[in-house]
Design a protein around this ligand. Structure first.
Ligand code: NAD
Length: 506
């Protein structure tokens, strides 16, 4: 065991001490509070499936209190100038940077994601706040549209209190990706974090409180999706729901929000193709293919879970993928050497294992992995897996497995690759590896995906639109796209006083 690993273990114990002793509360109107009902639920670590601690289990009563706090706070927060918001949001980023190590360790322990990624995710969270802090002063900006005898100008105003519901795969980073633009836009927030990874949401609440934001601007209510989450989506004071999670939950939320005509923004599942042509830089393609399915335990919406490989290079390329998989380091997530940690929950492990069984029944061949890992005596470890001889109609090619599992499908030519790539319900991301510029342009226009990376892994630029088509989502995040969601656009049309008004009843 290296010294850094040992230190990580020691430090995380210190950080978790209070969570192990006391129930993790909600954060409502600037205070830590327990559920009105006194109800709690347990949260365990995927490392050993031992209970870390108890979490307050919110229900409609707690959501009601949080929504009222957000509603009251909206009156003040929306009027605070962009300049002040910018300063406050930068202070939040400072606070995140100061506690980044703690956030990364807790997140890693709670979610099973390897520390090497969670350290970066914590810093990216600070970057999210800095980015939207700088945009706050111009959030209300609109357009001026000159018409005949009329002047139109548009402006944006915050939509009101919003609900933010997040998943467990990179909980802290995803929460900041939603909360930062909402606050910069002038919205107040009720956040419902995922029940399998609740801890870091409280750290964010503390940081935001310490930065000096008024009480009620950010509220956090823990609880199950079907109770706390549902109540949030149904509350009429909440004007919009930003949701990241499974496609089926998205459709549930849309139904729940229908009566109150909720505006929704959905970032949902994916079954993303990485298409590798024989003219590509195959060494770089190999790096990207392996990274985009085996990083973050494959529990990543933009993971390239379908490898579409051209027939002519199939044998050679798949051989190299296998060699890489053999060397992947599966282990304790707090070990800096670890590349793949345990899956979030026993239930999720069972789901992933279920696909191994069904793949073989459907006729795919497992050439690497395909089993629970020998490290799994107490934790949720699974072997990184490669399926070959996969047909795109198989379940493993159509459904989001959300684990370190790659399905390889071969194609003959460009049109064949395109047909396979688009033949899924999802449409989040697609990765294309070719040195033929014309082909890259042709394909990127026809691929049904919200984000396409050519000769690259998922490389994020915060002003660029992030989101999916088809069952992968509704709406886009990033830069100004985020403000379009969290704000209403208002048009103001002023006459010059010169135009003729039709005279009725004269
Ligand atoms: P999930 O849909 O099960 O849960 C997400 C959140 O929704 C949790 O907080 C949960 O409590 C809540 N929820 C569940 N039912 C609800 C209901 N009826 N009403 C309101 N809230 C409810 O998703 P998960 O298993 O936590 O996360 C994994 C999924 O997230 C994967 O499908 C993944 O692709 C997706 N994801 C997408 C993106 C993206 O940007 N597109 C990013 C990360 C994760």
């Amino acid at each position: 065991m290296t010294k850094i690993f040992k230190d990580n273990l020691k430090e995380v114990e210190t950080f978790l001490a209070s969570y192990k002793k006391d129930t993790l509360p909600h954060f409502i109107n600037g205070s830590k509070v327990y559920s009105e009902s006194g109800a709690t639920f347990e949260n365990s670590s995927p490392i050993d499936n031992q209970v870390i601690g108890k979490i307050a289990a919110g229900d409609s009563t707690d959501i009601d209190t949080a929504c009222e706090a957000a509603n009251q706070a909206f009156g003040e927060w929306k009027t605070i100038s962009g300049k002040i918001k910018k300063r406050l949001l930068h202070k939040i980023a400072d606070g995140i940077e100061k506690r980044a190590h703690e956030i990364a360790l807790i997140e890693s322990y709670d979610s099973g994601q390897a520390i090497r990624y969670m350290s970066k995710a914590a810093m990216r969270s600070a970057a999210n706040f800095r980015f939207f802090a700088d945009m706050a002063p111009t959030a209300a900006d609109g357009k001026s549209l000159l018409a005949e005898e009329h002047m139109n100008y548009s402006m944006r105003q915050p939509i009101g209190p919003v609900g933010i519901i997040t998943p467990w795969n990179t909980p802290f980073m995803l929460a900041t990706w939603k909360i930062a633009p909402a606050l910069a836009a002038g919205c107040t927030v009720v956040h419902k974090p995922a029940e399998w990874s609740p801890y870091t949401a409280m750290i964010l609440a503390e940081i935001i409180h310490d930065a000096g934001l008024p009480d009620g601007v950010l509220n956090v209510v823990h609880g199950l999706g079907e109770t706390a989450g549902k109540a949030l989506t149904e509350d009429e004071r909440i004007k919009a729901i930003a949701f990241v999670g499974e496609s089926s939950t998205g459709s549930q939320i849309m139904k729940q929000g229908a009566d109150t005509l909720k505006r929704v923004h959905f970032e949902l599942g994916g079954k993303n193709p990485v298409i590798v042509f024989d003219d590509a830089d195959l060494e770089r393609a190999l790096d990207a293919v392996v990274l985009m399915i085996f990083s973050l335990n494959g529990e990543r919406c933009t993971s390239s879970s379908r490898l579409l490989i051209q027939e002519s290079i199939k044998e050679e390329f798949l051989e190299k993928v296998q060699q890489r998989i053999s060397k992947l380091k599966v282990g304790h997530p707090l070990d800096p050497e670890t590349e793949i940690g345990p899956l979030i929950h026993k239930k999720h492990l069972d789901k992933v294992l279920g696909y191994f069984e069904c793949a073989t029944k459907e006729g795919a061949r497992i050439v690497k992995g395909g089993k629970i890992s020998n490290k799994s005596s107490i934790g949720n470890y699974v072997e990184p897996t490669l399926f070959i001889d996969v047909d795109n109609s198989m379940k493993i090619a159509q459904e989001e497995i959300f684990g370190p599992v790659l399905s390889a499908i071969s194609f003959v030519d460009e049109s064949h690759a395109l047909r396979i790539a688009n033949d899924v319900n999802y449409g989040l991301a697609a990765y294309l590896w070719t040195n033929d510029v014309g082909r890259s342009v042709r394909l990127s226009q026809q691929l049904e995906a919200g984000m396409i990376w050519i000769n690259s892994e998922n490389n994020r630029h915060l002003p660029a639109p992030f989101g999916g088509m088809k069952a992968s989502g509704i709406g886009r995040d990033g830069g100004d796209y985020s403000f379009d969601f969290y704000m209403e656009t208002k048009n103001i049309c002023t006459a010059f006083g010169t135009h003729a008004i039709p005279k009725l009843g004269k």
